[in-house]
Write a protein that binds this ligand. Structure first.
Ligand code: GCO
Length: 443
């Protein structure tokens, strides 16, 4: 059968984030972030690991840009570490931090690779956490100020900007499950972190418009389709959908919060709904729904929901036990956005899976398969009228996988964390061929 084509200007990219890939946590005036603090408590991270050495990208950005150029990628999504730009999260700019990202951006542009810049990928400056972090409304104002600095420093470059990465994961896993920094186990703190991150997003979009920076801006939301295991489970699946997806999509795209995301029910965020409403000041939802240029979505897999409203396994899991792999879920997410929300260009800014074992692996047929089937579903969605404009694979490199430390490898390029040698996996070759053809085989 014929290959499934992508549009001529389709963007193919790879992604990383600052704390996961950079290393070099103590150079050039960088201030501590909540991930330094969290990782300093040995039992928090597998193997007692932390962001050193990461994939040493702070030093190796130039050769990593060569690597991307060899693969043929058109865009690179990385994040800026706020505490390199403002070591305590407010106050004067640390010029060495700005210079580093300027050098990275230029290395990309020289090779024809479009920068795709995330402003916040979970590494909040520790000084802001000490003042309450995302529980504190003031953090949203601090974020808008930091965003303004970044737009002024890099706004002359044609780029895509993402305000907040996965507000849900940072709120839920960091403030409710206690598994990510800042390590809280308080659903009300998670609810506050939801609202204040979304507010920060909206304020940053306004700052972007005011700065007249080039390029496009949006927020990166991770979406999880929830399928009822039988007809009795529809109510529970709707609640899971509310807390996992609509709690973020609705305020950003519709200007309202769903009424069924928060409360003492299985599948909901078990916070005090009245207290959550009290956080919302007049005008907040207008700020949060400030029109964006694109919607970035991150897709890893699906979940089932049983009649008691509990999430259950309905598809094979990867080494990341939270990941249930089903490529058709990507199609379902994309067509659902088409059907339920106002039209907006969509970018998939993360999609990928880990190797089954912690060891360096370059033979990764499972990842080739994962990418192929997900690209197929993306092509199918485009065919059915979804305004999908690009697809980023998570990740370019094996790196620091949060609480899993270095024991879970998500790269299409393997990294030896001792020598920092890069070794493209079979999936990198496959991806490169797809990019060159701008098409994927249907089988
Ligand atoms: C994110 C992701 C990444 C992870 C990836 C694999 O929010 O962007 O969590 O940082 O490394 O999703 O778990």
């Amino acid at each position: 059968a014929d290959p499934m084509p992508f549009p001529p200007d389709y963007v193919w990219g790879t992604a990383t984030s600052a704390y996961q890939a950079e290393g070099a946590t103590d150079v050039d005036g960088r201030g501590p972030s909540i991930w330094d603090t969290f990782a300093a408590v040995k039992r928090n991270i597998r193997g007692g690991a932390n962001g050193e050495p990461g994939a040493d990208q702070y030093r190796r950005y130039e050769s990593d840009a060569d690597l991307m150029s060899d693969l043929g990628v058109g865009a690179y999504r990385f994040s800026i570490s706020w505490s390199r730009i403002q070591p305590t999260g407010s106050g004067p700019v640390n010029q060495a931090g700005v210079d580093h990202y300027r050098a990275l951006v230029e290395a990309l542009v020289r090779r024809g690779i479009r920068p795709a810049i995330t402003l916040f990928h979970w590494d909040l400056p520790q000084a802001l956490q000490d003042a309450g972090g995302w529980r504190n409304r003031e953090t949203a104002a601090r974020f808008a100020e930091y965003a303004r600095i970044a737009f002024d420093a890099f706004g002359d470059v044609e780029a895509d900007w993402f305000t907040i990465n996965e507000a849900k994961t940072h709120a839920f896993v960091g403030h409710w499950f206690g598994v990510h920094a800042p390590g809280l186990t308080d659903p009300d703190a998670a609810a506050a972190a939801v609202h204040h991150q979304l507010l920060a997003h909206g304020l940053a979009v306004q700052a972007f418009r005011a700065s007249r920076a080039k390029g496009r801006i949006g927020i990166a939301l991770n979406l999880l389709p929830a399928y009822p295991t039988d007809p009795d489970a529809t109510g529970g699946a709707e609640r899971v959908d509310a807390s996992e997806n609509r709690l973020f999509l609705d305020p950003v795209l519709l200007g309202s919060y769903p009424s069924d995301a928060i409360g003492p029910y299985p599948g909901s965020l078990p916070a005090d709904a009245t207290a959550f409403e009290a956080l919302q000041l007049p005008g907040d939802l207008e700020v949060i729904s400030e029109p964006c240029d694109l919607l970035a979505i991150q897709y890893y897999g699906v979940t089932g929901v049983d009649p008691n409203g509990n999430t259950v396994e309905i598809a094979p899991t990867s080494a990341a036990t939270w990941q249930q792999i089903r490529a058709e879920g990507l199609y379902d997410v994309l067509t659902r956005l088409r059907d339920d929300y106002p039209p907006i260009p969509i970018l998939i800014t993360e999609n990928g899976m880990p190797d089954p074992l912690p060891a360096v692996t370059i033979d990764d047929p499972y990842r080739v398969d994962y990418l192929r089937t997900h690209f197929q579903q993306a092509a199918r969605a485009i065919d059915d009228g979804v305004p999908l404009i690009g697809h980023f694979v998570w990740s370019l490199l094996d790196n620091f996988e949060w609480a899993e430390g270095y024991a879970q490898r998500w790269g299409i390029v393997a990294v030896d964390f001792t020598t920092q040698e890069r070794m493209p996996k079979a999936s990198a070759g496959f991806f490169s061929d797809v990019i060159a053809a701008n098409a994927v085989s249907p089988a």
